[in-house]
Design a protein around this ligand. Structure first.
Ligand SMILES: Cc1ncc(COP(=O)(O)O)c(C=O)c1O
Length: 337
């Protein structure tokens, strides 16, 4: 059986986050600092559409995955009910940012946290996890992210006292993006002089939670908006090639072997796909910093590249929306210089 189709029931419960916040002050404190991030105009092509980007490093732990950490822990605490919080032990796999966010949230709540990560994870992340008392296992990067997921699934099966959050299957992930990230974008567009109707929504695919969740909120208001998913050229969405250990831009990418992220596969007919290589992302990070004085991460650079391409094919009255998931790792900025 393909690992992503493992027999774990997708978590599909409606979560009352306000109720969970009332029970857990540390969860409430994290929630109070979450979201409300700025939608800014990014440099676009001369004579083309405007590019608007939601800047997610303003979240408490510095990335868009802070929203997902809150959503998944909220769902787990909702399921856990009135039992002592210390009895909840959280297991998740991560490309990096989610484990950072979860480790902070779990430390505040007094919940044990355990992660499965790629051996390519930056030292700065592993240091943070260690400082916060989170346990982690590293999987050989050459086996690809699918093996990171499979390892977490195997642990969850063998050791059922660990609760797997399962970001690729947990509907709290896209649902929370629809309700916060997407809703905030809709509000920000309405607040612009004369209001704005977006023509396209561009987002990098890790789980696809951002792409699909925000799309849900946008299409409810603007049914005609195009959706464009972005992946690393080194392993595109749905690629039939086997996984590889090539460096890729952050938090994103296909699984290999023709496998597809379930949230995205459910909308295959509605999504266009573009790919960007890691060396190009590093160049674009430097270009964006030099143009604006602002540091964006590698997946943000990929989104910016594709948003600009699409904006170049549209008139100046059009709007292309995208997201800047984080501001990059210290290791990437050291490389860029
Ligand atoms: C830096 C970065 N960009 C993009 C993504 C993709 O987000 P999603 O899982 O919502 O597709 C992630 C996810 O971990 C990420 O860390």
């Amino acid at each position: 059986m393909a690992p992503i189709d493992a027999p774990w029931a997708p978590v599909d419960t409606e979560v009352d986050y306000a109720e969970v916040e009332r029970r857990h002050p540390a969860f409430r404190a994290f929630g109070a600092r979450l979201g409300g991030t700025p939608l800014v105009e990014a440099p676009g092509p001369a004579g083309g559409a405007a590019v608007l980007a939601k800047c997610e490093w303003h979240n408490p732990e510095g990335s868009i995955k802070d929203r997902v950490a809150y959503a998944l822990i909220g769902a787990a605490l909702h399921e856990h009910g009135q039992r002592p919080v210390e009895e909840l032990r959280v297991l998740e796999y991560s490309g990096g940012n989610l484990s950072r966010a979860l480790s902070g949230l779990c430390q505040g709540l007094g919940i044990a946290a355990r992660f499965v990560l790629s051996s390519a994870s930056p030292r700065s992340l592993l240091d943070t996890l260690e400082e916060r008392g989170a346990r982690f296992d590293l999987v050989d990067k050459d086996l690809g992210f699918i093996e990171v997921i499979s390892t977490a699934l195997a642990i969850a099966e063998k050791e059922p006292d660990w609760t797997l959050l399962y970001q690729h299957r947990n509907s709290a992930n896209p649902a929370f993006h629809a309700r916060t990230t997407g809703a905030e974008i809709v509000d920000a567009l309405a607040a612009r002089p004369g209001g704005r109707t977006p023509d396209a929504w561009v987002a990098s695919i890790g789980t696809g939670g951002t792409l699909i969740g925000v799309l849900r909120a946008l299409r409810a208001r603007f049914p005609g908006v195009r959706a464009v998913g972005v992946c690393p050229s080194e392993l595109p969405y749905g690629s039939p090639q086997p996984p590889n250990g090539l460096p890729k831009y952050g938090g994103s990418g296909g699984f290999g072997h023709g496998l597809k992220q379930p949230f995205v596969a459910a909308h295959d007919a509605e999504i266009e796909h573009r790919n960007v290589s890691y060396p190009r992302c590093l160049d674009l990070m430097a270009e964006y910093r030099d143009l604006t004085g602002v540091r964006i991460g590698s997946s943000a650079a990929a989104n910016w590249a594709v948003a600009r391409e699409i904006a170049a094919s549209l008139p100046p009255t059009s709007t292309v929306l995208t997201v800047f998931p984080d501001a990059g790792t210290p290791e990437e900025w050291e490389r860029i210089g």
